[in-house]
Design a protein around this ligand. Structure first.
Ligand SMILES: Nc1ncnc2c1ncn2[C@@H]1O[C@H](COP(=O)(O)OP(=O)(O)O)[C@@H](O)[C@H]1O
Ligand SMILES: [Mg+2]
Length: 377
């Protein structure tokens, strides 16, 4: 119930401009339910990601968009047309896989032109289209290279070009950067985003990497066990996750048990066991006084200091652990009445001088609205 409310409020699209509409889709493999009542609308030209851990159903959903699998029930619409019974090659989509299946014995040009072979095009028209793609993927001089003389990043660009030359309305990408090392992967993320802006078509991108999804996407569907938990912009997923599962999947989050004390000025005052009363306007609809909730805060929204006072928005604790990571440090602080150590992240603006002394008393403080209230249950 709450999920639907939030999606309606946050969803920047209205039904009419949904370019892809996944409506109440279920998918069973035998008795196993891989997709459980998923409904998602994706706008024209959106960079949309399906994010979730391995086995949650991302590939299955993508394969149903492509037409390689059929929903057991529910319907998928693309560009206003119902897709049931429409075979893959009649859908306005193309798919790029993680293992870039390009042909090692063909050169780059022939790889890119591969999908055009059934179309009756003149040689000059075909060459012009390939040239355009080589420019687009920034490999204008690589046309005559053999595919096995290319790096992983270059091969993946060829795979993208080979899909894009067919001018699909939707490009489906299944963990396309998964095989690349971290540095190349980050570079390719930027290129992919720029490419999507240039061609202006809808991308549906699958990843299990939350940072990658946050970097690339206009919106993200967080998936778990075949369900879509929350569909939202990266900022809203990070700042206002709907529940503990989404909150812990995207980044690190500290959770505290609490009770709604009062509702005032569009926000709520929450009484907690360990950190006193917390006020925030980041609340779900339909909170009621007396209700049990969780309040949550990101590590970087807490400030750690050696001296403090007993005022509001502060709590005393003991430093359990500190990890120096160069640019920033992570601290773990035990607080009476809080079962888990509280994670705090701070940028090392000044030169750090070694790890802090353990078990020394410290103070945590925060701003109003730094917390988000999650409904329990
Ligand atoms: N053809 C199939 N037959 C049986 N089970 C399948 C088949 N395809 C996928 N599954 C199962 O469905 C679940 C979701 O798989 P998948 O969509 O590949 O997950 P993801 O891409 O998120 O890692 C997994 O438990 C997987 O084992
Ligand atoms: Mg997969």
């Amino acid at each position: 119930m709450r999920k639907q409310l939030i999606q309606k409020v946050n969803d920047p699209m209205t039904k009419t401009d949904a370019f892809i509409s996944i409506r109440n889709v279920n998918k069973f493999f035998g008795k196993f339910q891989a997709i459980n009542d998923v409904s998602i609308d994706i706008g024209h030209g959106e960079f949309f990601s399906l994010l979730g851990s391995s086995g949650c159903g991302k590939t299955t959903l993508l394969r149903m968009l492509a037409g390689f699998e059929n929903p057991t029930s529910g319907e998928i619409y693309i560009d206003g047309q119902p897709m049931s019974g429409v075979p893959p090659h009649h859908r306005p989509v193309n798919m790029v896989f993680q293992s870039y299946a390009i042909f090692p014995h063909l050169n780059v040009r022939d790889n890119i032109a591969y999908g055009l072979r059934k179309q009756k095009l003149s040689r000059s028209k075909r060459n012009a289209m390939v040239d355009e793609m080589l420019d687009l993927i920034k490999l204008p001089d690589y046309g005559d290279r053999k595919a096995n003389q290319l790096s992983g990043g270059q091969r993946q660009r060829i795979a993208l070009a080979r899909s894009l030359i067919l001018r699909p309305k939707v490009l489906l990408l299944d963990e396309p950067l998964g095989a690349l090392d971290k540095q190349l992967r980050e570079q390719m993320q930027l290129e992919l985003r720029a490419l999507q802006k240039t061609v202006g078509i809808t991308f549906v991108f699958v990843t299990h990497d939350q940072e990658e999804a946050l970097t690339l996407s206009d919106r993200i569907a967080v998936m778990s066990n075949g369900r879509d938990l929350q569909v939202d912009t990266p900022t809203r997923l990070y700042e206002s996750p709907m529940d503990r599962e989404v909150a812990s999947f995207i980044g690190t989050m500290n959770f505290f048990d609490g009770t709604v004390k009062a509702l005032t000025d569009g926000g709520a005052e929450i009484e907690t066991a360990g950190i006193g009363d917390v006020y925030t306007t980041n609340i779900p609809p339909s909170l009621t006084p007396g209700q049990s909730v969780s309040v949550a805060i990101r590590p970087e929204k807490l400030t750690l200091s050696s001296d403090g006072h007993g005022g509001s928005n502060t709590v005393k604790g003991r430093l359990d652990n500190a990890a120096y990571l160069g640019e920033r440090s992570h601290y773990y602080v035990s607080v009476d009445g809080v079962p888990q150590p509280v994670a705090v992240s701070a940028q090392n603006r000044q030169r750090a001088n070694g790890n802090a002394e353990s078990q020394r008393p410290v103070w945590l403080s925060w701003d109003d609205n730094a917390f988000v209230v999650l409904g329990n249950g």
